[in-house]
Structures are given as structure tokens and as C-alpha cells.
Design a binder for this molecule. Sequence first.
Ligand code: NAD
Ligand code: UDP
Length: 352
Amino acid sequence: MHILVTGGAGYIGSHTCILLLEAGYEVIVFDNFSNASKESIKRVEKIAGKPITVIEGDIRHREDLDKIFDAYKIDAVIHFAGLKAVGESVEEPLNYYDNNIHGTIVLCEAMAAHGCRSIVFSSSATVYGEPHTTPIKEDFPLSATNPYGRSKLFIEEMLRDLYISDPAWKIVLLRYFNPVGAHISGTIGEDPHGIPNNLMPFIAQTAVGKRAFLSVFGDDYDTHDGTGVRDYIHVMDLADGHVKALEKIESFNEVMTINLGTGKGYSVLDMVKAFEKASGKHVPYKIAPRRAGDIAKCFADPSYAKKILGWEATRSIKEMCEDSWRWQSNNPNGYAEEIVGVAEKDPRVNHS
Ligand code: NAD
Ligand code: UDP
């Protein structure tokens, strides 16, 4: 079976490609490399010992997509491609709507024109906005507080409308909680450009000496230690969720919306401690003001994924930190060659 993986060179896509190859699928990666390196695919091929067809192109360009659908009989699409930085989405809303929403429209049009109607879409726990309680179930009310989140919400709605218009579509919306960690080989992992927005890569870069300290955004939340609580999920568990979704997709007779999380919540300081233990490195931190738009607590009820997909996360926080550290310490500059100096200040925080 041929699986088209849009955004397959990126963080979650590259890890998913390994499991797809291991499961015997033919993998075609389609990526514009706006936030990825070709090196990630080379390393995936080495890990899996199998080749990947890589096509450089943009999901907004119908002719790029048509070439693939003309050349291969694509059985299903896993759609990772998109922009994902919340802050950037506030500054560049049209870019986010164009890339994520317009891109998905063009992709679905190309799929329909070529008789491919099976899609697994990367949604996010961000669509729950500020949940009224935790753990979060799939039927909780939805809302978004920024253009990135809204783009995910709109795409979910759009895909539901598409199914109503033509029930031949097979659609799975996977709502990820907080993906972290790396492949156990330490050869692929998350490689954010510039200053990481997310906690785990920031901790890892601090431990390796690229950042002077971590800013902990707020210590006065209503949580066990005052810092924000999230459901961190190992990227290989997440990748496995996609393979399970693909295995079942043909049997679904409705749009399936599924949380992929562990069901456990860890605070920022819990993560710092776990990382220090896993790496043997000190992670200096300073308490900083709350980050705008952050919520106190967010963790999944993952029971529906277990029921529907037979999937559950198996990797612990210890493994998440150990695997992140192996990737970060073996590749202090990610996939790039250049050496980056230590930043003494966190430019995301007002130091005045
Ligand atoms: P990533 O940036 O590492 O991967 C996205 C990939 O898509 C990159 O390789 C990028 O080059 C490619 N891409 C972007 N726009 C494209 C376009 N127009 N045409 C072709 N390729 C394009 O991000 P990731 O962390 O692997 O996330 C994958 C998906 O999961 C995204 O849709 C993201 O919104 C979603 N998601 C991520 C997280 C997270 O914390 N990482 C959480 C929830 C949801
Ligand atoms: N966080 C932090 N310092 C950072 C980055 C994140 O204290 O440099 C906190 C953030 O406030 C939240 C948690 O870590 O409580 C997870 O943030 P992340 O950006 O990784 O994910 P999201 O906000 O999308 O859940």
C-alpha cells in the first residue's frame, strides 16, 4: 500500500515514517522543507533499512500534488504538513490560514480528483481551548484562542462537511497532546529553528549548554506546584497511533475524532526534574511571568483511542527525557552543521 505523508520530513512525520516502513507500507513523503531538513529522511531510511520516495512540493500547489497522484496509486494520506507556531500565527494569521486551511483544501481536492478518500489529519489538543475540567474527552466544547488553533478547528469542521457531502471519505482527526522525545537511536528528533517555543526542546537545549536557563512561565497556577501541567506523549507512541489509525481507517463509517495522549499530567518543574535525572545535567531555571494564552492544566482522557484503535501510550516520562537527551546531546545543533553560541538572556521574556 502507498501512503502519502505530507510534512513527512518534520518532527512527528519523520518518526511516523519509520513505523510505516516497518509495517510494510510504501512511503511517499511530500514536503516543502519550510521547517525540515532532507537529512531527517536520510536518517529515517537508515533506521528502517528501507527507501522513501521524497517529493519536494507545497500542498497549496495543485500541480505538485497531481504529479504524485498521477505517478502512484495512493491508498491513504497522513496529513502532517502545516505551520505550528502559536506566536507566529498571531503575527502572520493569513500565512497560517493559507498554509494550513487553503493547503488542506487543495490536498483534499487533489485526493478526490484521483479517487483517494482516506486521510488521517494532525489536529491538536489546542482545539479544546481552556477546558472546564480534566481529563479532556473528545466531546468537550471546542474553542480557539489564536490563528493556529483556529486553523485546526476550521480544518476539522471542513473535513466533517466533506464527509457529509460524500460518505465515501474515511477521515480520522487525531488530537495530539504534547509530543516530546525522539527515536531511541538518537539520530532523529525535534529540531526547532531558532529559539524553541516548546518546553521540552528548550529544556534539552539548556541542558546541552545552548541556553543559559529556562524561563518557567508562571508559578501561581492552580496545580500541585504552581507551574503549568501538560500531557507529554512520546513521539514514537504518537507515531504508533497513526499506524493504528491507518489499519482501521477502512472500517470507519463516520469521521473519527480521537485524543492521543497518555492521560497523565506533569508540571514544568516535574519535567525539569525528570530531565535532570535522565541527562545527569543541571537545568537552571528562573520563574518568569505567565505566557499569554497559557492554561493551567491540560491532559487527555485517552480511553477512546484504546477502545477504537486498540492504542495506548506505553513510554514513560523517563524514556521521553532519556530519548530527547540522546538526540540533543548527539546532535547539539540538530540537523545543521553550524555552531550556535549560548544565549545569556531569554529574548521571549521582558528583562527590564
Ligand atoms: P514540523 O514543523 O516538524 O512538521 C511539519 C512539516 O510540514 C515540516 O516538515 C514542514 O516543512 C512541512 N510543511 C509545512 N507547510 C507545508 C506546505 N505548505 N507544503 C508542504 N509541506 C509543508 O511539525 P510537527 O511537530 O511534526 O507537526 C506535524 C503536525 O502536527 C502539524 O500539522 C502540527 O500542527 C501538528 N501538531 C503538532 C504538535 C506539536 O507539538 N509538535 C501538537 C499538535 C499538533
Ligand atoms: N513553558 C515554560 N517555559 C518555556 C516553554 C514552555 O514554562 O520555555 C511551559 C508552558 O507555560 C506550559 C508548558 O511549559 O505550561 C508546555 O508548553 P509548550 O509550549 O511546550 O506546550 P503548550 O503550551 O502547547 O501546551
